[in-house]
Design a binder for this molecule. Structure first.
Ligand code: GLC
Length: 691
């Protein structure tokens, strides 16, 4: 059951795809309190109540015990103290003695979620502007609550099948030679790969929709050579447009009045990579249309994928902010600066980036009304994604597009994927990556993943190796690193053979991963789920923070600690452990429900398959198009019979029909051996354990 309640004057956010009628009367369970402009929703919590949701955010899968703030933030330091990351995913679900219920707060401004932080027994959710539609959700189960919510927010974005391939990326591939070198090193060593990202280095002076002709003299030829080698490039597009008379994007935007303006009607200027920049008013449909059409130039050159960045929007400084900081410095120049002046001076410069002062300096045109940016801040990235998606769709309406973004708001899950931003090469960020998968799936973001190996700081080979072992399962699988950090491509390391072997597992599992992804996207369910969702009656499952259910048949439990040679795992039922070294080298170990220590050398990764289930595995390939989705080996542990619903399609159709893509694989045990059949499939059941 979902009920909508409106407060103040809600702004349309595009989050809800199926409009709900507005209810009058009191909201169940929550008390509603006005405090100035703000409006709060307060609920008492039992000692054992748990809270799930909030998509991309720090800390645990169970969000209880911290205060979060929905405020899309360009913050590369994803530490526990942070209240905000790049996304605003305003869904919380409570589960405990009194059942399953929750709220979705549809508000593009700041919303705080005090989840047992101020008082351990209370959750208080506050819309700071007090203009919001709040959706009260109640269901019998957490899975049911997510399903109902996902139904009203609409179908998740579907990437093309090749979007599930491995992406090698780096901020710092500055020339065509750099990219060709990376491609060659992968192909020569038979390291599977489908895409190469192009970071801001490819642009001419960091201008959107340009490329530096000195460094990339013939983009078209490069792309077509890559294509012949089954590789695609993924260029970045930034939200800020360089202030540059003579640049067509800038000139057109100025002429048509497409950039956000200050109260006095002058264009707002903020600095990002190109120095001074201006910001398209993505809240306007005509601006989205215009910006989206700008993608066509590169699409015409053969590009088929993009990533949208800096769209919180990130603003390093504005002219006003810089002036204030200089004024502070001038004021203190020559003085003996004491502690508080020192703090002020420091803050004047460090606080200049992404500042509230700047976010209140400019306005958007929302359906003819001038709305100050901070009131709709959290929508900016989502609306840029919408622009990109519209542009890609209009260029090629018959095929799915590949697009992922850094900032997001629910609603953007229909237009593209999301990567988890600028993490660090820290072991704790493997765990964060995994936990975020659970929350993001609840909010509809299925095509997601983190920078494998870590973006900031220098990675180590054991860290990359363990991270890849989680990345094998994330739909968006990208190794990306920051400028100036240590080389992070697989072939740079002495363990490259082991890393390559782990990647072969990804490509071998593609029929299963694609099938589960598509089934979840088309039915509005989650590909990754906390164990508490699937086993609500098992107390041991309720607080597991480092394992996730994957699809209908599997569970993952990655190793995320340095120098570990295994880990503790809780099996909620009998499961088959598949200990992979590569797609060809793995062992199958039937295990009983309960707690276990699992040995896992650095080159070994675990996958658990529920007893009674079988999953398909291909013979692998070095790119997605090279994987045969019909020649399959089954893995599993069954007593007598099992079946698997395999989904497959051409990989690009924009309106896939679930039933049309489903084929049933039937597996039967006879005389201690398993046998399998499925229409149009070659199946090998020799690896299915019987008994
Ligand atoms: C941002 C992005 C990062 C990218 C960098 C340069 O920090 O999050 O992925 O490499 O900008 O474009």
């Amino acid at each position: 059951m979902i009920r909508r309640y409106d407060y103040g004057s809600p702004i349309f956010t595009h989050a809800i795809a199926i409009p709900q009628p507005v209810c009058t009367g009191d909201m169940p369970r929550f008390t509603v309190e006005k405090n100035g402009d703000a409006i709060s929703f307060r609920v008492h919590m039992d000692e054992d109540d748990q809270i799930f949701g909030l998509g991309e955010s720090v800390r645990g899968i169970n969000k209880r015990g911290h205060r979060y703030r929905a405020w899309c933030s360009d913050d590369f330091s994803h530490t526990e103290d942070k209240a905000s990351l790049y996304a605003s995913h305003n869904l919380v679900l409570f589960s405990g003695k009194s059942g399953v219920f929750g709220l979705y707060v549809d508000d593009p401004g700041a919303v705080t979620f005090d989840l047992g932080y101020t008082r351990g027994d209370e959750a208080v959710i506050t819309s700071e502007n007090g203009n919001c539609s709040v959706y009260y959700i109640e269901a019998d189960t957490l899975i049911g609550a997510v399903k109902e919510f996902r139904h009203i927010i609409g179908r998740s974005y579907l990437p093309p099948k090749w979007g599930l391939g491995y992406i090698q990326s780096r901020w710092g591939y500055t020339t065509e030679e750099d990219l060709r070198e990376v491609a060659k090193n992968h192909r020569e060593r038979h390291i599977p790969i489908d895409m190469l990202s192009m970071d801001i280095d490819y642009m001419e002076d960091f201008k959107d929709f340009t490329w530096d002709a000195k460094k990339f003299p013939d983009l078209k030829a490069m792309i077509s050579d890559f294509k012949a080698d089954n590789l695609r490039v993924v260029p970045i597009i930034d939200a800020g447009v360089k202030l540059c008379p003579g640049d067509p994007t800038y000139d057109e935007g100025v002429e048509k009045g497409y950039f956000v303006k200050k109260e006095d009607g002058s264009t707002f200027i903020g600095a990002v990579w190109p120095g001074k920049a201006v910001f398209p008013d993505f809240m306007r449909n005509d601006v989205r249309q215009w910006f989206g059409d700008k993608y066509h130039g590169m699409l015409e050159a053969g590009v088929e994928a993009f990533w949208n960045d800096m769209n919180e929007p990130a603003i390093f400084y504005s002219e006003e902010g810089l002036d204030d900081a200089y004024a502070k410095a001038d004021e203190l120049r020559g003085k003996n600066i004491g502690v508080y002046d020192y703090f002020d001076l420091k803050d004047a410069f460090t606080g200049m980036s992404n500042s509230m002062a700047d976010y209140t300096r400019f306005y958007h045109d929302v359906d003819g009304q001038q709305v100050r940016h901070d009131k709709v801040h959290n929508l900016y990235g989502a609306m840029m994604t919408k622009a990109g998606a519209q542009g890609m769709k209009s260029f090629n309406p018959d095929k799915r597009h590949l697009l992922f973004s850094r900032a997001s708001f629910i609603g953007a899950h229909r237009d593209g994927g999301v990567w988890q931003g600028d993490n660090f090469s820290w072991w704790s960020h493997i765990l964060l990556n995994m936990r975020e998968l659970a929350g993001m799936n609840m909010c509809g973001f299925l095509y997601t993943g983190a920078d494998l190996g870590g973006f900031g700081q220098n990675t180590t080979e054991d860290l990359l190796q363990r991270w890849l072992q989680l990345g094998v399962f994330t739909p968006l699988m990208r190794n990306h690193a920051a400028l100036g950090t240590r080389d992070q491509e697989i072939y740079r390391f002495s363990m490259q053979e082991d890393m390559k072997n782990i990647l072969t597992v990804r490509y071998a599992l593609l029929p299963y991963l694609y099938s589960e992804f598509m089934k979840c996207a088309l039915t509005g369910s989650s590909m990754f789920r906390p164990l508490a969702f699937d086993y609500p009656q098992d107390p041991a499952c309720l607080r597991i923070e480092d394992q996730l259910m994957l699809g209908g048949e599997c569970m993952i439990a990655p190793v995320y600690e340095q120098n570990a040679r295994g880990r503790n795992v809780y099996l909620p039922e009998d499961m088959l452990l598949v200990r992979f070294r590569s797609a060809e080298d793995y062992c199958l170990i039937p295990m009983e429900k309960g707690r276990h220590w699992i040995d896992l050398e650095l080159n070994e990764m675990p996958l658990f398959i529920r007893k009674g289930c079988v999953i398909p595995m291909s013979r692998g390939g070095e790119w997605v198009g090279g994987v045969d989705f019909t020649d399959l080996t089954l893995l599993g542990w069954i007593d007598c019979a099992s079946c698997y619903k395999l989904y497959n399609d051409d990989g690009f159709t924009t309106s896939p029909v679930l039933e049309e893509g489903l084929r049933t694989i039937r597996c039967k045990a006879e005389g201690g051996r398993a046998d399998a059949a499925g229409e149009g499939l070659r199946l090998d059941a020799a690896k299915v354990i019987v008994g």
